[in-house]
Write a protein that binds this ligand. Structure first.
Ligand code: MN
Length: 227
């Protein structure tokens, strides 16, 4: 028996390499965290304070298919390292931040760029461009016991075999411990929170039929077909 008055929805989760599921609470994303991507989007790459937005946890998609979303003619791929927290807290010191990480994964921050652009221009929130259904395809997570804490390594994405994004984790403006420390000043973080850590240059439009193949060295790969 339960007190729920309708059937409770399924808990969002990400697969774990080798088996199991990691239950997801929140999905934080940092904006403009690689200088070359900030420049390609027309922004100053200097180290201004970081900013974050959220995607809906139930937009995480493990299917390997990305249905072309409605009400856009310009959906973009953004390959990102995903950080999965196994411990939470408030005001987490940078020096202790990595102790809160359970593992890492590879994700796509799919973006309705036309809708995001219109929202930016109007000073409106980004959800319509960023938080739509199935907007966060993700690979299985790898526990830190296997991945360590990758601070450098290639992060890349190919479309139909042609490399379009090719960067290195060491190009992040705000590093993983800094992101965790900063977020924890504004939100109480908990186990189950994910952070998408930004994308290098080379973002672009995806079309139906495209195969997006992303990878982060030492962490994993993701292959998604746009349908
Ligand atoms: Mn992004």
């Amino acid at each position: 028996m339960s007190d729920f008055v309708i059937e409770p929805h399924p808990r969002p989760a990400v697969a774990v390499e080798g088996g199991g599921l990691f239950p997801v609470r929140r999905l934080y994303c940092i904006g403009r965290n690689y200088a070359d991507h900030a420049i390609e989007m027309g922004h100053d790459p200097s180290r201004e304070a970081p900013f974050f937005f959220q995607k809906n946890p139930d937009s995480i998609d493990l299917s390997g298919e990305f249905p072309y979303p409605p009400e856009t003619g310009d959906v973009h791929f953004e390959i990102e390292l995903v950080v999965a927290l196994g411990r939470g807290g408030r005001d987490i010191p940078e020096a202790e931040a990595l102790d809160h990480v359970w593992g890492y994964g590879v994700g796509l921050d799919m973006t309705r760029r036309d809708l995001q652009g219109a929202a930016k221009k109007a000073g409106r929130p980004w959800e319509i461009g960023k938080a739509f259904d199935r907007a966060a395809p993700m690979s299985p997570l790898v526990p830190t016991a296997r991945s360590g804490h990758p601070a450098s390594g290639r992060i890349a994405l190919a479309v139909n075999g042609e490399t379009r994004q090719d960067g290195d984790l060491d190009q992040m403006i705000w590093k993983v411990p800094e992101m965790i420390a900063y977020l924890s000043r504004y939100f109480e973080l908990t186990a189950g929170d994910l952070i998408m850590t930004g994308t290098p240059a080379g973002v672009g439009a995806a079309a139906r039929g495209d195969v997006l193949s992303g990878s982060v060295e030492g962490v994993g790969k993701i292959d998604v077909r746009v349908v």
